[in-house]
Structures are given as C-alpha cells and as structure tokens.
Design a protein around this ligand. Structure first.
Ligand code: BES
Ligand code: MG
Ligand code: ZN
Length: 492
C-alpha cells in the first residue's frame, strides 16, 4: 500500500472511500467534514448524526455507503475536543485502517488531515501520526500462516488544500513512514521464532538492515575484551554469542554522543534455574531491547540527526546444559567487579553489566539501555507503562516528556540505595539478584554498579514489549515499544 499526500480538496481526489471526522457533540459539521456533508446533500448531519445518532465519541466509526457514487464515507469520532491529542490521531487511524481493509472492495482511500483543522495542531505532526497509525494498523505477523491477510487497500491519500499546511504535512508523512517502518521491523524481529533468530542471525540482520556501519565480534574477540559476564550467560547454548556494535557518525560535527544498549537474549529459558513452562512461552521476546536499538539505528540513518549514535547488543541465548553457568559461580565482569550468580534467570543484567561497560568506554555523553529485564516491572506497571530509572533525574524527566509526545508511556521507579541491600554477597562484590521484592529497582541498582560516571537511563520493557491482548494501537504480541521514543529522543 502506498501512502501519499496531495495538495487538493478532498472532493477532487477520486477514491473508493472518503474519511472525515467529527468531535463529540457536534451536530452541524464545519471545515472539510462540513464541505463533504454539503456536497452529499447533508447526509452526515441529517442522516448519520440525526437519524443514526452518531455522537462522535472517540473511536466511533460510521460507514456510510453512497450507492449512486459507488463509494463509502467513513465518519470517525474524535471524542471531546478538550481531550483530543496527536496520539489519538495515530490510534484512531490504526483502528480505522483495519476496518476499511476489511471492506474488500476499497482500493483507494482519501482522508482529511485530522487535527490540523479547528484543533489547530501542527500539520507535520498530524500527518506523521496518521501515517504511523495506518502503517502500524496494517501490521500482521503472518509469515508462518498459510492464510495470509491481504492488504486490499492500494493507496491511502491525505488531502490538504492549504498549501502551507500541505508542505509541512508532506514532511511529517515522510517522518511517519520512517518511524512506522522501524516499529514494524522491530515487531517482526521480536515475533520471529528463536529457532531461526539466534545471536548469529540477529547480528546478520543488523549488518544488513541497520543502515549504519555494523561490527560483529565473535566469542574469541569478546573474551579478549574481558566480557566474561556476557560470555557466562551464553555458555550453555549451542549458539555462539555475538557482540553487535552499530555506529552512526553524522556528516556535520556531532552535538552530542549517545549510546543505546539493548538486551539481546534471543531466548531466555531461565538457564539451570529453569523457568516454568507458562513463563517461558514468550521468552523469544527477550531480545526486544535489541530489536528496538537495531531498528532505531535504521531510522537514525535516514533522519540523519547531528548526533553520534552507538547501538550495542550483547546477544546470546540463556539455556540449561552441561556447559551452562551455574548458581554459586563467581564471574569477573569487564569492569573487574565480581558477580556471584544467585539465579541464572537474572541473566539480562549480567549481559548488560558488560555491555554498559563497553558503551562507557566509547566515551559517550549519555547511555540508555532498554531491556525486558524484570517480571517485577511487569507486575508493577502492567502492559501500559514501561519502567524507567537511572542516575540522572533531569534526563529521565526529559525522556519521559519526549516519549509522551511520541505516544509511549514511561513511569519512573525508585533507585534508593536500600534497594541494593539484598545484592550483598559473601564471596563477591555483588550478587545478581536480591529476591522478588522491589525487583525492578534492585535490577536497576545492579546495573548502576557497572556505569562509573556517564549519565545513564535504564528502561525496563518487560511488561510492554509483548502483550497478549491488543493495546491502544490494536497491536498484539510484539509491540515494538521504545522505538518511537528512542528515535524522538535522539533525532527530535
Ligand atoms: N526475561 C526475564 C524478565 C521478563 C519477565 C521479561 C516477563 C518479560 C516478561 C528476566 O531475564 C528474568 O527472568 N528475570 C527474573 C529475575 C529474577 C530471577 C530475579 C524475573 O523477573 O523473574
Ligand atoms: Mg531470565
Ligand atoms: Zn531475560
């Protein structure tokens, strides 16, 4: 499907479906919806609103067939004007496009630029959100299904007559395409079976698709770098661990240098501290952080911000076997700090300990890690918000604010020293776990021990990366969470 914007009136674009909108409580449509209403003999005000009681509630969609013209009008409810925002535009379009696609004979759709009319929202952002919604809404992981859902719609056109709005919206559409594609790519990577997606294939993917210079280090090279913590986690698997380093260097002088580090456990069985079956079922998602940083790099390579960006993934598989790392083992991490393995299922933080140390050695101004780290975070925040913490409150606040604009929710969790008390070890500098209570914060404290002085943000997406019920965007299974926020935080 192609998505485009045309500098025309909505009535001058020939299409099988016209999309207009209404705020809640509006009885006499104005703006573009008003024009469409007048053109078709007041059918929206006299029939849809008056007779069919269309109220314009947020998410309400009315399909009106125009039999003579052989086309359909879709009236979408925007809800109360005072509650309306950009995120609603995106989620609404995701819902709408699935509905339109279900009408098999609609090949071409023309839509109003939602939000840029009476609401006066920025046309760039409105077009970006429509694009993100449309592309995201049509996402389906049907690679392994014999019956694939066809995309019947061939063209989706946004019509905007005002030239200055049109110009801004055109750029927003381009930005939306880049972002939505990265999000969908992350979803594909995460949904993929761990049978096919293991450290080597993940690294190959990054080399081919990250859009930036990518270096992959093998086990011998990783050993030489002293990343024993990372290697310990992967040593029970038949798949060799890979360290993936992607770098984007801007053409102009970089305003700042940032490293993004993604947890890349391609399957988390728990290791010798084996997970129960129900907890293991979706553990192919334990590389969601890695997927987020790889696909973020792809977007960065296209958006070209004046920021130097490094993405790091310590990819391995956590498996039980004769060669696995064991509870009670002491490991010397890259920084020299020793870790007593208390539980082999707390493996993500052990790999991140070395990945963070590697990132810090690059001399960046800021490090952000993103990880499906703790079941405790999932229990605390559910599938709605991701956890966020770190050593720099101002940056955390800035990240939360930026993410909000990108339509993703983050909630700061505490990092008081006391959360680290349970990590004390009799035989090493730290244990890798400290029991179940306050587990997300304890994990954060553990990670903080491996970042010496760089401002650092830690994001826990255990609850939001993979969901079994459709979220606000209508997405089930891999959500691609984090991608939109990382792109916005880095590239604006
Ligand atoms: N990958 C899991 C965390 C996770 C849980 C991600 C649920 C997505 C959904 C992580 O490696 C893990 O197993 N953490 C343990 C830590 C515990 C042993 C301290 C957990 O949260 O149970
Ligand atoms: Mg685990
Ligand atoms: Zn894990």
């Amino acid at each position: 499907m192609k998505i485009k914007i045309e500098n025309k009136s909505i009535l001058d674009v020939k299409a099988d479906a016209i999309v207009v909108n209404l705020f809640e409580g509006v009885r006499h449509p104005s703006g573009v919806t008003g024009i469409v209403d007048k053109t078709y003999e007041d059918v929206i005000s006299n029939f849809v609103i008056k007779q069919e009681n269309f109220e314009g509630k947020y998410g309400e969609i009315y399909m009106l067939p125009l039999v003579k013209e052989n086309k359909k009008i879709f009236v979408v409810g925007l809800g109360k004007q005072e509650n309306f925002d950009l995120i609603k535009i995106r989620n609404l379009n995701a819902k709408l496009i699935r509905k339109i696609n279900a009408c098999k004979n609609i090949k071409k759709v023309v839509s109003i630029l939602h939000g840029a009319g009476i609401m006066g929202l920025c046309p760039f952002a409105c077009a970006q959100m429509i694009t993100e919604g449309v592309i995201s809404g049509l996402y389906d992981f049907d690679k392994y299904k014999s019956d694939k859902k066809e995309v019947n719609i061939k063209e989706f056109i946004i019509a905007e007559l005002d030239e200055s709005k049109f110009k801004k919206a055109k750029k927003g559409l381009e930005q939306g395409l880049i972002i939505a594609q990265s999000v969908n790519d992350a979803r594909d990577l995460i949904n993929e079976s761990s049978q096919y997606l293991y450290p080597e294939t993940l690294a190959d993917y990054a080399v081919k698709n990250s859009g930036v210079k990518t270096t992959v280090y093998n086990k011998t090279q990783i050993k030489k770098m002293g990343m024993n913590a990372f290697l310990a986690v992967g040593q029970g698997s038949v798949h060799e661990p890979k360290l993936i380093h992607m770098e984007y260097i801007p053409e102009r002088k970089a305003k700042r240098k940032i490293a993004i580090v993604g947890k890349g456990i391609t399957f988390d069985s728990g290791g010798l501290d084996l997970k129960p079956p129900s907890s293991m079922l979706t553990m192919r998602d334990d590389m969601s952080g890695a997927a987020a940083v790889i696909t973020t790099m792809k977007a960065i390579s296209q958006l070209k911000p004046d920021v130097e960006v490094h993405a790091i993934v310590a990819a391995c598989e956590n498996m039980p076997s004769g060669s696995s790392y064991k509870p009670g083992d002491v490991i010397i991490a890259k920084t020299g700090r020793t870790i007593e393995i208390d539980n082999t299922d707390a493996e993500g933080r052990v790999t991140l300990a070395d990945a963070l140390a590697y990132a810090e050695e690059l001399g960046v101004d800021e490090i952000i890690d993103i990880a499906t780290l703790t079941g405790a975070c999932m229990v605390a925040l559910g599938t709605v918000a991701s956890g966020i913490m770190g050593n720099d409150d101002n940056r955390i606040k800035e990240f939360i604010e930026t993410a909000k604009q990108a339509g993703e929710k983050f909630w700061q969790l505490p990092m008081d020293e006391e959360y680290g008390d349970s990590l004390k070890s009799d035989i090493a500098d730290t244990k890798n776990t400290g029991g179940r209570m306050g587990g997300a914060s304890t994990a954060g404290i553990f990670l903080s021990k491996f970042v010496k002085k760089t401002p650092w943000i830690h994001i826990d997406i255990a609850g939001t990366a993979f969901v079994d019920k459709a979220n606000a965007e209508g997405i089930k299974n891999a959500t691609g969470v984090g991608v939109k926020s990382l792109i916005k935080y880095i590239a604006g």
